[in-house]
Design a protein around this ligand. Structure first.
Ligand code: SF4
Ligand code: SF4
Length: 169
């Protein structure tokens, strides 16, 4: 499903409705820490890591099933993630996103966090944002924190790091 950005400037209520949509047809980047965390649950990296070449960089991406482009860890019957506690950082950020530049969406405004100027959004396609009877409240601060963590981890992720990790596992 395509991310439809809406500015995220105030805390919002959230409850995942397990509508099955967000874990299909997505390009989920993995950091080395993500790969290690998932591998430590007993999963073989060969079964969940694929590669994507972007310019001069190799990115590690979560594998998908051929028949519906669903993530290999997505249960198509319940809509739930089978590795929820160890899921990748980017999955913990979704249905929100953090950008270092504005996307040109009406109502957006920058958010200063730890010396960085960020633009935060949520996915209007996700029915869990502002759902009735929310389970939790998500704040811009917690998403900004996860976004910066993701950026740092991604910078530290490369082929050498993966080779070293596979030896340690
Ligand atoms: S799109 Fe939103 S409500 Fe649906 S499964 Fe994903 S996070 Fe949950
Ligand atoms: S790891 Fe879990 S949350 Fe992330 S795309 Fe796969 S099933 Fe969805």
């Amino acid at each position: 499903m395509r991310f439809k950005p809406k500015p995220f400037t105030e805390p919002v209520g959230f409850r995942c409705l397990y509508c099955l949509d967000c874990c299909r047809g997505r390009h989920v980047y993995l950091t080395l820490k993500d790969i290690e965390r998932i591998a430590r649950t007993g999963k073989d990296p060969q079964d969940f890591v694929t590669f994507s070449i972007e310019g001069e960089k190799i990115r590690f991406v979560l594998s998908v099933r051929e028949w519906d482009l669903g993530c290999v860890f997505h249960d198509p019957e319940t809509g739930k993630c089978t590795i929820h506690k160890a899921r990748p950082l980017i999955c913990r950020i979704y249905p929100f996103m953090v950008s270092k530049k504005p996307l040109g969406v009406e109502g957006e405004k920058s958010f200063e966090y730890r010396g960085e100027r960020l633009w935060l959004y949520y996915d209007e396609s996700c029915p869990g944002v502002n759902a009735e009877e929310p389970e939790t409240t998500i704040t811009p601060e917690e998403i900004a924190e996860l976004g910066l963590e993701f950026e740092k981890e991604l910078e530290e992720t490369d082929m050498d790091g993966l080779a070293e990790l596979l030896e340690r596992l």
